[in-house]
Design a protein around this ligand. Structure first.
Ligand code: ZN
Length: 303
C-alpha cells in the first residue's frame, strides 16, 4: 500500500512505574504486551487533589493492581472511568473496585447487539458483556473531578460503547483505542463497524485538541495529522478492496491475500475481520453485493 501513516513506536515507560505526563495526568502501563495491545494497556490517573479518577483498570493482573494502589498512596481512587469494555481495559475492574469502592462510569450495555456472539480478533471473547456502569455516560456527558473536568465523546467503530474523554481546558484528549499512535485500530464486525469508525474519526478531525493520550502506546502530538492519515489509509484500503472484488476476488480470504501481502500470520484473522468491516460498509453503501452472512459472505461481487 502506498499510504504512509506516521506511526510512533517508541514509548518511554517502565512497567508498573507511574509517569506523570502532564500535571495531574499520570500513566501506568500494564504488562500485557501483544500484537493488539502493543507494550500493554495504559491506565491513567487523573487529578491533583485527594480524590483521583482512574481511566481503564487494564487487565486482571495482580502486579498492575499493586502498581496502581502504590501510585495512589495517601490519595484515593474515587472514580473509575471506562473507555470501552474490551477485556484488556476492563478485566482488572472487579478487583480494583473491590479495593477502592470507587464509582464506575462508562457507556454501558445499551450499545450492544443483543444476542451477538462477539469474538476478538485474537479468537477469544472480546468483551465483558455483563458490564453495567454505576453512572452511564453518553456523548457530551461531563465528569467533574478534583481540579479537572472531562467531556465524554461517543466514538463507536472500534467498539460500539467506545468513549474518548477531553480534559477540559488542557487540549488533552484520552483517545482510548479509537486513535492510537503505534498502529491503526482494529475494526472487526460484529463489534466493530467501519461506517461508525469513519464518522468517529471525522468527529475528532474537527476538534482542536493538541495531544491524544491513547489506550496503548505513547502520546500523539499533532493528533489531527494522525487522524487524517487514518482516514486516508482506510479510504485507500477500501478502494484496494473494491478494486480486488472488481478484479474477480469473491471471498474475504482472497481479498486478504491480495491486499495484505506478507502479513504476520498472527494477524491474518484480524485482517480478515478488518476486510469484512470494509465489505460490510461497501455493501451498506450499495457498492458491493454479498450473499450469505455479512461477516462471512459466501460470495462477493461488484455492483
Ligand atoms: Zn485495548
Amino acid at each position: 500500500m502506498a499510504d504512509e501513516i506516521p506511526f510512533r513506536k517508541e514509548m518511554n515507560f517502565e512497567y508498573g512505574v507511574p509517569r506523570e505526563l502532564f500535571p495531574g495526568v499520570t500513566r501506568i502501563v500494564a504488562n500485557n504486551p501483544g500484537p493488539f495491545t502493543f507494550k500493554g494497556t495504559n491506565t491513567y490517573l487523573l487529578g491533583q487533589g485527594r480524590d483521583l479518577a482512574l481511566v481503564d483498570p487494564g487487565p486482571e493482573d495482580a502486579a498492575h493492581l499493586d502498581a496502581i494502589l502504590r501510585a495512589t498512596q495517601g490519595k484515593r481512587i474515587a472514580s473509575i472511568i471506562i473507555t470501552h469494555t474490551h477485556r484488556d481495559h476492563i478485566d482488572g475492574l472487579p478487583a480494583l473496585k473491590a479495593k477502592t469502592g470507587a464509582k464506575v462510569y462508562g457507556y454501558g450495555r445499551k450499545a450492544r447487539n443483543p444476542g451477538a456472539k462477539v469474538a476478538s480478533p485474537a479468537g477469544g471473547e472480546a468483551n465483558d458483556e455483563d458490564f453495567v456502569p454505576d453512572v452511564p455516560l453518553e456523548d457530551g456527558s461531563r465528569f467533574e473531578g478534583e481540579g479537572f473536568a472531562l467531556t465524554a465523546l461517543h466514538t463507536p467503530g472500534h467498539a460500539p460503547d467506545h468513549l474518548c474523554f477531553a480534559i477540559e481546558g488542557t487540549g488533552i484528549l484520552l483517545s482510548g483505542d479509537h486513535v492510537m499512535g503505534w498502529n491503526t485500530s482494529v475494526v472487526a464486525p460484529p463489534d466493530g463497524n467501519m461506517v461508525a469508525y469513519m464518522n468517529s474519526l471525522d468527529k475528532l478531525m474537527v476538534r482542536d485538541d493538541s495531544v491524544f493520550l491513547p489506550g496503548h502506546g505513547g502520546r500523539i502530538e499533532q493528533p489531527q495529522r494522525v487522524v487524517k492519515a487514518f482516514i486516508v489509509h482506510r479510504r485507500m484500503r477500501e478502494q484496494a478492496i473494491l478494486d480486488c472484488i472488481k478484479g474477480g476476488a469473491t471471498t474475504i480470504a482472497a481479498v486478504v491475500e491480495a491486499v495484505y501481502r506478507g502479513l504476520d500470520p498472527r494477524l491474518v484473522r484480524a485482517a480478515s475481520l478488518s476486510v469484512a468491516a470494509h465489505v460490510e460498509s461497501l455493501v451498506e453503501r450499495g457498492l458491493v453485493s454479498a450473499s450469505g452472512p455479512v461477516a462471512q459472505p459466501d460470495r462477493l461481487s461488484p455492483v
